[in-house]
Design a protein around this ligand. Sequence first.
Ligand SMILES: Nc1ncnc2c1ncn2[C@@H]1O[C@H](COP(=O)(O)OP(=O)(O)OP(=O)(O)O)[C@@H](O)[C@H]1O
Ligand SMILES: Nc1nc2c(c(=O)[nH]1)N=C(CO)CN2
Length: 161
Amino acid sequence: MFKAYMGLGSNIGNKKENIDNAVDMIRNHKLIELKKVSSYYETEPVGYQDQDWFLNVVLEIDTKLKPYELLEFCRLIEEKLKRKRIIRWGPRTIDVDILLYEGFKSKDEKLTIPHPRMTERAFVMIPLYEIAPNIKIADSNISQIIKKLEGEKIRKINYEG
Ligand SMILES: Nc1ncnc2c1ncn2[C@@H]1O[C@H](COP(=O)(O)OP(=O)(O)OP(=O)(O)O)[C@@H](O)[C@H]1O
Ligand SMILES: Nc1nc2c(c(=O)[nH]1)N=C(CO)CN2
């Protein structure tokens, strides 16, 4: 089993339902053990501004899927939840990214790990810090990385039930 971290985001339709459906697909995969799920965070859009706020979560999993197999599964989740890809960094029903994968680094365009933009993004780093406060990313402590983030607006949501 290899430990990996995944980032999920949605900003179209019922965002919580989209996130929950994606988490359920991950939980139900035979070769994945879902270990931790962060709180939900409402986050200001980064990149393309003229779109709704996102709901983001980060997951910790143990998996027997190899990195490219996990990427394929991410695409399958997006396909099932009918993600439309129109504008780069634009609105999406669901976005599923691999952030980190134990013992694996890659700069391939199809799969870059650590995810190339994760350390600049509060919507990734803050939920990741919640579930993995001692993790290192490319030899830097997560708390050090978070201190350097710009003031992107992000708030933790407490849903009932
Ligand atoms: N670590 C990774 N996790 C998921 N996709 C990745 C990763 N590294 C590279 N990719 C590639 O990125 C491509 C584009 O992904 P996508 O359309 O989801 O980008 P985006 O979500 O709009 O932007 P961003 O990559 O900045 O989050 C995918 O086809 C995938 O092959
Ligand atoms: N707040 C927020 N902004 C984004 C997000 C996201 O998940 N949350 N995803 C993007 C493309 O991956 C671009 N911008």
